[in-house]
Design a protein around this ligand. Structure first.
Ligand code: CMC
Length: 432
């Protein structure tokens, strides 16, 4: 439980003083409670990018950015990656505990039951222009689910929560696979009840009527682990978008669609695609890693080293360590070398020994190696962020539900520091 133990004081040059509550969380971190600041003092706080703002109390995910710790519901990420599959972790995030055998089986049955897509929704895929970005399709398809499956809006959401959650987890996988098949001009492949969640996804992507396909167990394991690595990351940009949209009491599908849009950007979930483009450019243009590090340091250009740096981690992102190991495992199973991985490791070494990156605590983040793993699995770059979204989905759902039960829930509505003109008078159009 969080507790208030002491007070902070805010004083102004005119001698006025205000007491502010101090909150200490379960892990000993302190926050200043400014929830009544404007009411009591007339002041607001200015915090672009919310770098210092705690927007909610949450028990889902714990990060220590200085020590490189990531835990879901108290479990360390490494422990989860080694001992659970993605669906167990999804269950943990959404329901707050790991499932037992019976609960896991029941969840699987629900996931299978809801994996098919309404026939009218399938027709939508044909209407997108060839080459449409899969994230555009994913976001609009997820929002469309609320039109096809409106129960959540119509009845008490708690009554249907397992139904809605498993439906979303299952159908988003089907939508993601169909997006790929449509882009390739292939027929859709239906989900199979005898395959696990990840086997099913790979089968729906790569199965062919003319070539025998069975999901490679190494790829199935890697996909499970990658989805777990992405499953939650507390109040990141897309999760905050889900919470903000959800705070208007928009339904779960609409809120998750907003999360997909937020994730799309290259500073967030789009970074794994940007890493691959950067590595390919290095190889294609024959650049040296030193050239690229110099470009990333050059303040006159907007180029950044993709997959490096993080708002929260000021040391190694623990997910990057796991992803690097997975990358080496997948490659070893293929008995070949990969130029992209070679260049990535050289780039990591060059950046980590450079003063600019050392001073700013810039380390590889989760996206630095995940793109290479997807590439080794045969997944095209345009699908990378879609896979990130599939992984992040349980986290988004868990945060949406947590907000619904939050006794302090309020519609999200930040203030601003106005920098526009004072009152102006309209000049009639004929005189302008
Ligand atoms: N390459 C070069 N310089 C960088 C980089 C980078 N990748 N990242 C940060 N910096 C510099 C930045 O220019 C600034 O320098 P200065 O102090 O001289 O102005 C300083 O480091 C602090 O950067 P910031 O942009 O103020 O930090 P932030 O917390 O706002 O941004 C970030 C975090 C992840 C957006 C940023 O590090 C970045 O753009 N990284 C590249 C994109 C990327 O890999 N994104 C994936 C994030 S992890 C996946 C996820 O959780 O979404």
């Amino acid at each position: 439980m969080v507790k208030e133990d002491r007070k902070a004081e805010l004083s102004f040059p005119d001698g006025t003083r205000y007491e502010l509550g101090v909150i200490t969380d379960n892990m000993g971190a302190h926050s200043i409670d400014i929830s009544n600041l404007r009411k009591d003092t007339g002041y607001i706080t200015y915090d672009p990018g919310y770098m210092n703002t705690g927007s909610c109390m949450s028990s889902i995910c714990y990060i220590d950015g200085e020590k490189g710790i990531l835990r879901y519901r108290g479990y360390d990420i490494e422990d989860l990656v080694l001992n659970c599959d993605f669906i167990e972790v999804a269950y943990l995030l959404v329901k707050g505990m790991l499932p037992n055998v019976k609960e896991r089986q029941e969840y699987t049955q629900l996931l299978n039951k809801h994996s098919l897509l309404h026939v009218d929704m399938r027709n939508f895929f044909r209407s997108y222009p060839h080459g449409a970005h899969p994230m555009a399709i994913l976001a609009s398809m997820v929002a469309s689910l609320s039109a096809f499956y409106p129960e959540m809006e119509e009845r008490d959401p708690e009554e249907n929560i397992d139904l809605t959650v498993t439906r979303l987890l299952s159908k988003m996988r089907t939508i993601a696979a169909f997006t790929y098949r449509q882009d390739k001009g292939y027929d859709f492949v239906e989900p199979r009840y005898d395959y696990s969640y990840c086997e099913n996804f790979l089968n729906m992507l790569f199965s062919s009527p003319v070539v025998d396909y069975h999901p490679d167990p190494v790829h199935v394991k890697a996909l499970n682990q990658l989805l777990i690595l992405h499953a939650d990351h507390e109040q990141n940009c897309s999760t905050s978008a889900v919470r903000l949209v959800g705070s208007s009491e928009a339904n779960l599908y609409a809120s998750v669609a907003a999360g997909c849009c937020a994730l799309w950007g290259p500073k967030h979930g789009g970074a794994n695609q940007a890493v691959m483009e950067m590595l390919e450019r290095i190889i294609g243009e024959g650049l040296s890693v030193e050239d690229v590090v110099a470009m990333a340091k050059d303040k006159s250009s907007s180029f950044r080293l993709s997959g490096f740096g993080h708002r929260v981690y000021k040391t190694f992102d623990p997910r990057a360590r796991i992803a690097k190991r997975m990358c080496q495992e997948v490659l070893a199973a293929q008995h070949k070398e990969d130029r992209l991985l070679e260049v990535a490791m050289q780039l990591e070494e060059a950046a980590l020994s450079d003063e600019y990156f050392i001073q700013r605590n810039l380390y590889p983040n989760v996206d630095f190696y995940t793109g290479i793993i997807f590439h080794l699995m045969g997944i095209p770059q345009s699908m990378f962020t879609v896979l990130f979204a599939m992984g992040r989905l349980p986290g988004w759902i868990a945060h949406y539900l947590e907000w619904r039960h939050d006794p302090y829930q309020k519609i999200g509505r930040p203030r601003q520091v106005y920098s526009g003109p004072e009152l102006k008078k309209v000049v009639p159009i004929s005189n302008r």
